[in-house]
Design a binder for this molecule. Structure first.
Ligand code: NAG
Ligand code: NAG
Ligand code: NAG
Length: 244
């Protein structure tokens, strides 16, 4: 298995809004901290997963089989790639942000894959983030568990509803709101094109308890989590014609 330590983790931070939305439950029982290891979790455990940035083709073995970035056959470490590691709490709605002031996703292939696990490896499909024309900054990632084991990660799209009013946005493939990469600060423009990834959990934990945060995100969608983070609202969204 590839060792992720040989890659440079990006500078990142993540925040949760547990205290305002969900009751806080005590304690972490998951002592697996590597994204390339297997574990089962319960509500309020920490859960480690990772996001790799690279070209779309770099995530496929022999041009056809999409493997987990943990699989050394992909040899991602030899490619132009970057890895971020996150540890959100299970069943808490979180907003992950990746600051792009010193990291341009289009310089690293422009696609991202979320992944975790080894024998039970799960990975998302590659999501387009940026090329030198367009940059997508807002994502929703659902982590689906069955009896506490990660089964699937998928990017949830809600079409281009959020970008219809913002003239600076372009709708790509009827699913992603994108901004012109030349408008981004890391390309000489004025917009902070940091990535925001809203996270939600679905399925069941190892005690068969239902994970409900996905349900909460669906209900919240009209407001969007971004609006709840005043510090991020200014940098990530305040610049976008108050669309959130
Ligand atoms: C790669 O794909 C080609 C064509 O699909 C196939 O013939 C070949 O056996 C594959 N190689 C490996 C190592 O799987
Ligand atoms: C990203 O980092 C830069 C420089 O530290 C900072 O000015 C900017 O506000 C950050 N953006 C976000 C969204 O946190
Ligand atoms: C950038 O990505 C968009 C959306 O996927 C695509 O339509 C466009 O052709 C790409 N441009 C370049 C220069 O690759």
């Amino acid at each position: 298995m590839a060792t992720l330590t040989s890659l440079n983790p990006l500078l990142l931070f993540f925040v949760t809004i547990t205290s305002t939305l969900l009751p806080v439950e005590s304690g972490n029982t998951n002592h697996v901290y590597s994204p390339c290891a297997d574990t089962t979790v319960q509500v309020s455990d920490g859960f480690t997963f990772s996001i790799a940035f690279s070209s779309r083709t770099a995530f496929f073995f022999n041009s056809s089989l999409q493997l987990s970035p943990c699989d050394r056959r992909l040899a991602l470490t030899n490619q132009n790639s970057q890895i971020s590691v996150f540890r959100p709490e299970v069943d808490e709605i979180s907003l992950l942000t990746i600051n792009t002031s010193s990291f341009s996703p289009d310089n690293y292939g422009g696609y991202m894959v979320a992944f975790a696990g080894r024998k039970y490896a799960a990975r998302s499909l590659p999501a387009f983030v940026a090329n030198n024309t367009y940059t997508v900054t807002s994502f929703t990632l659902v982590l689906e568990f069955k009896k506490g084991r990660l089964q699937n990660l998928y990017w949830k799209r809600d079409g281009c509803t959020k970008c219809s009013k913002g003239s600076s946005f372009v709708c790509l493939n009827n699913q992603d709101c994108a901004i012109r990469t030349s408008s981004c600060k890391n390309h000489g423009g004025s917009v902070d094109c940091s990535l925001g990834i809203q996270l939600a959990f679905s399925g069941t934990d190892k005690h068969f308890s239902a994970l409900n945060s996905w349900y909460e995100v669906e209900n919240l969608r009209q407001y969007s989590l971004y609006g709840l983070y005043s510090n991020l609202r200014d940098s990530l969204t305040g610049q976008y014609n108050k669309i959130f």
